[in-house]
Design a protein around this ligand. Structure first.
Ligand code: PHE
Length: 449
């Protein structure tokens, strides 16, 4: 590893930034809506399988590559497999990061809009129907969603151009603990609602007859998306880890907290869905239509609503900076750009594509590719295809190609808290379990088996 490269300053910084990347709209916005569309409990169960059995080992694989090489994704594969085609997976990662950053920023823009509106007290005394209509009018308009997308990306620019320690780490250390506290408060509130029992049943009782190829493919995509996995984001972040950061433990903590937040989000949303007689399968709008109903019925609703959307916006920010860091590190190290230029370029690309995604709920909603709007297409292609394919290649690479001593050395660095058995388990998952499962899900999803 290059001696002069930046590293995260503290252990807390490592956890806060990695969990900060993982926890975001994926947990609080995407998980409830995907679970809602795909039948609740069964989706959750398959998601958990993918997170812990497939996800955790692949997270370790990304950490191993990143910390060992201390490099951006392209440079990492060049160092480990010079002249071999493995490095092509970096382009999958770069493409996925650009696509995700673009559509994600639209939703993050919505959270900013709702923060500002809530501070003005907009949810007070409105009916659920009026709140729906209000969201639809906003999301399908031509100007505001585009403006908020651009503002959100501009905020990213300011943080990212300040660099890794001052920008990324300092912000995550403060925000992530705050988010947990506020989520717990809302969870308690939701559990006292009249629809709580029905909501809990929907989320936790798996209806096995609801499992179809698209549910399994969707749950796999959700697991990868939520763990920020398969696109080299964790390779990039772990290139800033210190030698003594324990990799397996960090990946377990990340997966654990990430899952916890998704489940809390489900416990917050679904009781409200049933209390206010709404439709769990509403899609991307779900959270924005259901949450305001909760706030409208709480005393001090405007304050809670402001706080919630503010934290959701901040949680999005700790995720988008990790997506953008993939291309920034790549542009800086592979093309010798300055930090500022690399940041401007990455954010500029996302702004261009993000505007199109923002308009795909309104002016551009007639443009359908494979039956999907641009927003849905970007989400579906990156989460359900690029991330799992990227993850499969990364796991095969670390399981079969990378020298076993490197794998063992990285996993045991930091005091050897992992046993020889633990190392063998991780390697087994990377060699066999992850590639075979991901491959089968693809064949199943495409209707081949
Ligand atoms: N994991 C993030 C979330 O759940 C999204 C993300 C995906 C972040 C890919 C980085 C890379 O919100």
């Amino acid at each position: 590893m290059k001696d002069n490269r930046t590293q995260f300053a503290t252990r807390l910084g490592v956890i806060a930034t990695t969990v900060g990347s993982a926890v975001g709209l994926g947990n609080i916005w995407r998980f409830p809506y995907e679970a809602g569309v795909h039948g609740g409990g069964a989706f959750l169960l398959i998601d958990l399988f993918f997170i812990f059995i497939i996800g955790v080992p692949v997270v370790c694989a990304e950490f191993i590559i990143g910390r060992h090489t201390g490099s951006n994704i392209r440079g990492a594969f060049r160092a480990l497999a010079p002249g071999k085609p493995w490095g092509l997976v970096s382009y999958i990662g770069l493409a996925a990061s650009v696509l995700i950053l673009s559509f994600y920023s639209v939703v993050a823009g919505w959270t900013m809009h709702y923060t500002v509106k809530s501070a003005g007290g907009f949810t007070a005394r409105m009916t659920a129907d009026a709140l729906h209509a209000q969201f639809d009018t906003f999301a399908s308009s031509d100007v505001l969603p585009v403006v908020w997308t651009l503002v959100f990306l501009a905020v990213n620019y300011f943080i990212l151009s300040r660099g890794v320690r001052k920008g990324i780490e300092r912000m995550s250390n403060i925000l992530m603990p705050m988010l947990f506290v506020i989520l717990l408060l809302f969870t308690v509130n939701s559990l006292t609602m009249p629809g709580a029992a029905e909501g809990m049943r929907f989320l936790f009782m798996p209806d096995f007859s609801a499992i179809t190829p698209s549910v399994v493919l969707g749950a796999m995509g959700q697991a990868f998306f939520s763990l920020s996995l398969g696109l080299g984001c964790l390779i990039t972040y772990s290139s800033y880890f210190k030698r003594d950061t324990p990799l397996l433990r960090t990946s377990l903590i990340t997966a654990g907290l990430d899952t916890l937040v998704a489940i809390l989000a489900g416990i917050i949303i679904f009781p409200a869905v049933f209390t206010f007689g709404q439709e769990p399968a509403a899609g991307p709008k779900l959270v924005f239509e259901v949450l305001p109903s909760i706030f409208a019925n709480m005393s001090g609703g405007a304050v809670w609503s402001t706080l919630f959307f503010l934290l959701l916006f901040l949680a999005s920010l700790t995720s988008t900076i990790s997506m953008a860091e993939i291309t920034i590190a790549y542009f800086e190290e592979e093309f010798g750009m300055s930090r500022k230029t690399a940041t401007a370029l990455s954010i500029g690309i996302a702004m261009t594509l993000g505007m199109l995604c923002a308009l795909s709920f309104g002016a551009l909603d007639g443009i359908k590719i494979f039956g999907m709007t641009l927003f849905d297409l970007f989400d579906y292609t990156s989460s359900n295809i690029l991330l799992p394919v990227g993850g499969m290649i990364i796991s095969v690479f670390v399981g079969w190609v990378l020298d076993r001593s490197v794998v063992k050395g990285e996993l045991t660095a930091g005091g050897g808290r992992i046993t020889a058995m633990g190392v063998r388990c991780v390697v087994f998952c990377l060699r066999w379990l992850a590639p075979v499962c991901i491959g089968l899900v693809f064949l199943y999803g495409l209707g081949v088996v």
